[in-house]
Design a binder for this molecule. Sequence first.
Ligand code: SF4
Ligand code: SF4
Length: 320
Amino acid sequence: MTNKPEVPLQRPYRSKFSLFDLAKIGFFFFGFPNNTFGSVDVTSDCNLRCEHCYFFEQERVAQCSLEQWRDKFEQMKAEGFRFYQCTWVGGEPLLRPELIELGRQYFKFNTITTNGSLPLPDWKDVSWCISVDGGQAYHDRFRNQPGLYETIKRNIRQSEGQRITIAYCITRQNQADIETSLAEWYQNPKVRNMVFSFYTPIRGLDDDLWLDWPDKDRLLDKLMELKQQYGDFLVNTKPALELMKSSSARSVTDNCLFASTSFAFDPAGGVKKPCMLGPKADCDRCGCIVPFFLRSLTDRKLILKDLKQRFFSSLQRSRG
Ligand code: SF4
Ligand code: SF4
């Protein structure tokens, strides 16, 4: 880990109760609804070939045409599907923007996860997750694409008013870049926030990116510390980070809410199981933040603890 960067806190720390807290109260009383969120693999293609890509470890399937997707969405609508939130993934989803153009009209909230190598279309109604796994040297090497980091920065610079999140997947190899990356993106006015996940081992791929549990626990503590400094810019919540630790992770992944409550479609419109990461993901060592986040939103004990803590810190701040 590098020395702690000096970061002026220019962005507000969330101090008030939000819609998000109201949602938690809703889950507290009514549970988490099925099929409210999920993912669509927009395309089987990608303009990069990262060595540790889970996507290309999956079986290749033929892509549905636009018409077939339209028919599928219409059928889902007729069957009462909620169409609440969808994450458009890939391959590289921006290689097929016409499907997102179509699909995002059905869903209330849309997120696009991209490798950032292509200019961002001027869609202000969606949220963007741009994958950046480390500092410039590491990222360009890891993604087998010299100059990619600069391209990403240029595409972000040229964007206007898009809601951009930097998504950093922590591995054994890029753990040293966490703090400097966070400090760098924090200073970028076009970036709304940053989220950290951990590498999930995939059957068939080398295990060299996986962090041992003690290392992972140490980094989770580090992220909680950084959360104090960066506030809401660091999207991961403290309760969800706690749950990712070795002492509790299996209790979450053995009953993964992502697998049981979300939908995931492959490029052919088929249902992917157990989740968007596909059947080769090692659930016992899952580093995806979603199941932990969902548990923190739905576990009544955790909700009460978090709301209590937030209420008192909010009170303290308003008095200070
Ligand atoms: S950019 Fe994403 S989809 Fe493309 S090869 Fe890399 S990890 Fe896979
Ligand atoms: S890989 Fe993770 S998110 Fe996917 S089903 Fe397994 S535990 Fe859940």
